[in-house]
Design a protein around this ligand. Sequence first.
Ligand SMILES: [Zn+2]
Length: 170
Amino acid sequence: MVVFVMTIDITGQKFGRLVAIERHGRAKNGNALWLCQCCCGNTTIVESYGLRHGTTRSCGCLRSETSSQAIKTNKKTAINIGNKNNLWTADGVPVSSISLSKRNHSGVTGVTYLVDTDSWQARMMVKGRYVLLKSFATFQEAVTARKIVEQQYFGSNLQQNMTEKNPFNL
Ligand SMILES: [Zn+2]
């Protein structure tokens, strides 16, 4: 006797941020799997059950956005993030004394204090790609890493390149 498991065709249907593209076999539990395109650009393979029941609504980007949104809207957290007086560098220097820009807590371009992990992140983007994205325990380490990469990529043309080619000021 053959048992037919009914498969509902959801090709092209939208579920939150996902659009079902094609069937992608079956999960071990028997649920149909679907390849979906997320509106963020990612593709993901999920169970149709989760799609049809509204528990799967993105490739995962929705959840991470929601949690960062929660941080912004949580008053206590927002106050702590906004108040530079609460931040101190590893050397014991209050961040407020070295802050130059409202957009970044450190005052050094490309170096940002991460409240969540109590670390300093050095970043540098060249032509839309991060050539440096790393966290350090101390402010000094992050600044040094950033300076080294700056030298590698820009050398003496740093100022010109930063203003003309990097509108994000990273
Ligand atoms: Zn997504």
